[in-house]
Design a binder for this molecule. Structure first.
Ligand code: NAP
Length: 315
């Protein structure tokens, strides 16, 4: 099932509140929802730069009239409550993979969920969807996964029906994960940590379809949704390379070495491009059965990996 197949008459007269709306999934969701002439969107972002990203989306005049952009601080409950006025559905897409000295996991995940639930209490919003990461549990040893897990628990403990969808690597046209995969596939030599780690990439269009299905069917609770194939990171790069007519030599480095090196860089610089916590999220072995989630969401199927790769690699 592609995101387009779910678009017509998916949620008549729906007004969607989307937080983190300028991100990969947010912009894609906006474009998808506005294809439905009965839908309107309140896109919430936290900077003028992010507003600019949304203003540059390729929309018709009619679609633009059904889009409102609010710039606010995710800690500002009153501003969020005002943005949610008249909305029937909410999708919370705020999240980080890398914590920095200025942006903690706690603030981006738990705090933003706490404020959002207070803002939505007693509002017109009837359903909330939150995107999380496969392996996110409050008890996880990884700081990012534990924080995402606690954030999900906050939402699931509220009376507003909420669906938390945990996904692994998402591949979409023009996003960073697809770009990085293409870079690895196109090089002559590709180094990576623990290339035997398991990946289960899901096409971004399927994630959008899942968000819409969760709302349409008022699904509540926790779902694990992942792509149709589980393969090693090495095999994923080989698949992408094969489609691009390339054959890189891949060299696997021990994950322990990555932790030591990144830990040192973290201590020396304070804000490295990749942190140990981030490395461990990326190294997580993803191997989940997506069928229960597909059944609950009443979704027909997932985009085959080769088809997804062809779309995102621009082949
Ligand atoms: N894409 C994936 O592979 C993937 C996989 C699993 C789960 N998810 C989850 O899906 C959600 C959306 O993913 P995405 O790919 O669209 O993410 P994205 O492109 O990185 O967008 C993230 C959004 O969160 C906002 N944000 C980042 N740090 C923040 C902070 N400290 N405080 C408040 N807002 C902050 C960003 O705003 P600024 O632009 O202003 O920073 C942006 O609007 C995330 O929660 C993510 O955890 C994504």
């Amino acid at each position: 099932m592609s995101e387009d197949e779910t678009a017509p008459n998916a949620s008549s007269q729906a007004r969607w509140l989307i937080t983190g709306a300028n991100g990969n999934l947010g912009t894609r969701l906006i474009l998808n929802l506005l294809n439905d002439t009965d839908s309107s969107v309140v896109a919430v972002v936290r900077s003028e730069r992010a507003r600019g990203v949304i203003e540059q989306l390729d929309l018709t005049l009619d679609q633009r009239e059904r889009l409102e952009i609010r710039v606010l601080d995710y800690g500002d409950e009153a501003a969020l409550r005002s943005a949610a006025e008249g909305c029937t559905a909410a999708v919370h897409l705020v999240g980080i993979l890398k914590a920095t000295p200025g942006a903690s996991y706690e603030e981006a995940h738990e705090q933003s969920c706490k404020v959002l639930t207070r803002a939505l209490a007693g509002s017109s919003v009837q359903h909330l969807t939150y995107m999380s990461i496969v392996g996110s549990e409050a008890s996880a040893s990884n700081a990012c996964l534990a924080s995402k897990g606690r954030a999900a628990d906050i939402l699931l403990g509220e009376s507003l029906p909420a669906c938390v969808i945990r996904v692994p690597m998402v591949l979409g046209e023009g996003d960073y994960a697809s770009y990085a995969l293409k870079q690895r596939a196109c090089g002559k030599l590709a180094f990576g940590f623990r290339l035997a780690s398991l990946e289960q990439p899901i096409y971004a269009g399927d994630v959008i379809a899942a968000i819409r299905a969760a709302n349409r069917n008022r699904v509540s609770g926790l779902l694990d949704l992942a792509g149709p194939e589980v393969l090693t990171r090495r095999a994923l790069t080989e698949r992408a390379a094969g489609l691009l007519g390339r054959s890189p030599r891949q060299i696997s480095l021990p994950i322990a070495l990555g932790r030591v090196v990144l830990g040192l860089i973290e201590r020396l610089t304070g804000n490295p491009p990749v942190t140990v916590a981030m490395l461990d999220v990326l190294d997580h072995d993803d191997d989940v059965d997506p069928q229960p989630a597909l059944d609950t969401l009443n979704m027909g199927g997932l985009t085959p990996l080769d088809k997804a790769l062809q779309m995102v690699l621009g082949n």
